[in-house]
Write a protein that binds this ligand. Structure first.
Ligand SMILES: [Zn+2]
Length: 344
């Protein structure tokens, strides 16, 4: 076969790339006085990167907490639904079959996820409401503590030693009963273990990095990686925390994270959770960027992996790093599809 590298990339991406973490609803909400944001600002990059499905996260920033968490969450849904309805190119999907239909008809599938259960307050009944609105994957916390548990912090240790609260345990039980995927991204180490010991289905970590390369609680240790592997879960590799050092925040080092996870638990447990954030970060005034650095860390964006139009740079680098076609297709979409098929 006389296939060029470009042709090989095109073939490998033809069925679409799946990215399990994108802060789209938050940005649509901030731009709520504009119309057609999805088609005008996002679609060109999605198309350029052959994006087939995205986990789009409802996330409430500190400045809206505690009073406006629920309202802002509902407004994020409102904008996501309105923008999706205004375009032929997207579909909000609530089941595996719908994701398949979207892909077969050339639409980009959105799977609505929740990063932190703050919108629920302490009311388990609200979980049912958000399920009906389409939420199909939930991470209990972001970095901050909430009614469900504690987030892993952006330091090697120091989060509370406790696991979930009673409410957190109830949310986990109800998610399993309803058919909502439990996402272990961000939860502190004690919460991570507790969730695994009280659930039976394959767990996911939608967007994280390997602690061996960036040693903060927010990332995932080799022990934790093995626990996900034993349960046939999938870990999505994050693009913004690959190294504490800017000069090491490279596409090659991103691939090192993929390789490390695959070496520990096999290629069937690694996927993509890019967490592209540069487009939001660059809209912020310097004061907010400084606030982020003080609260968490300064994100180091990978120059040639900053937004969805760059996805083929990853495919090319996987080829250069001698990944097989079968393995590349598993990383780009196959492993996430296995999870969707099994759980949704
Ligand atoms: Zn996150």
């Amino acid at each position: 076969m006389n296939e060029s590298v470009e042709e090989r990339i095109e073939r490998l991406q033809a069925e679409g790339i799946i990215d399990m973490h994108f802060d789209l609803p938050m940005d649509l909400y901030e731009k709520r006085d504009r119309k057609n944001v999805l088609e005008a600002e996002f679609l060109p990059e999605f198309k350029a990167g052959d994006i087939g499905a995205l986990g789009v996260a409802i996330y409430i920033e500190d400045r809206y907490m505690p009073q406006n968490g629920l309202r802002v969450a509902l407004d994020q849904f409102a904008r996501l639904y309105a923008e999706t309805a205004a375009s032929e190119r997207f579909r909000i999907c609530k089941a595996y079959r719908e994701i398949q239909e979207a892909r077969e008809t050339g639409k980009i599938a959105f799977l609505i996820t929740m990063e932190g259960v703050e919108p629920l307050g302490t009311d388990l009944n609200q979980l049912r409401v958000f399920y009906e609105l389409g939420v199909r994957s939930i991470g209990l916390t972001h970095a901050r503590t909430n009614a469900a548990g504690h987030g892993g912090i952006f330091a090697a240790d120091g989060s509370p030693p406790e696991g979930l609260t009673q409410f957190g345990r109830e949310v986990v039980r109800e998610c399993e009963a309803l058919g909502v995927i439990i996402d272990l991204a961000h939860i502190n180490p004690a919460g991570f273990e507790e969730i695994l010991s009280t659930t039976t289905k394959p767990p996911i970590v939608s967007h994280t990095n390997v602690r061996r390369f960036y040693d903060i609680e927010r990332n995932i240790s080799d022990e934790q990686i093995k626990m996900i592997g034993e349960r046939r879960g999938v870990i999505g590799v994050n693009s913004i925390l690959v190294s504490p050092r800017e000069e090491e925040s490279t596409l090659d080092h991103y691939v090192d994270h993929i390789e490390h996870i695959a070496k520990l638990i096999g290629i069937d447990s690694v996927g993509i959770g890019f967490d592209f954030f540069e487009f939001i970060y660059r809209q912020w005034p310097e004061s907010r960027q400084k606030e982020l650095a003080a609260k968490f860390t300064t994100p180091h964006f990978i120059p040639d992996l900053t937004n969805h139009s760059h996805a083929s740079n990853l495919t090319r680098r996987l080829i250069e790093r001698a990944f097989s076609d079968t393995d590349i297709e598993k990383i780009l979409r196959g492993n996430w599809l296995r999870i969707f098929k099994e759980l949704l």
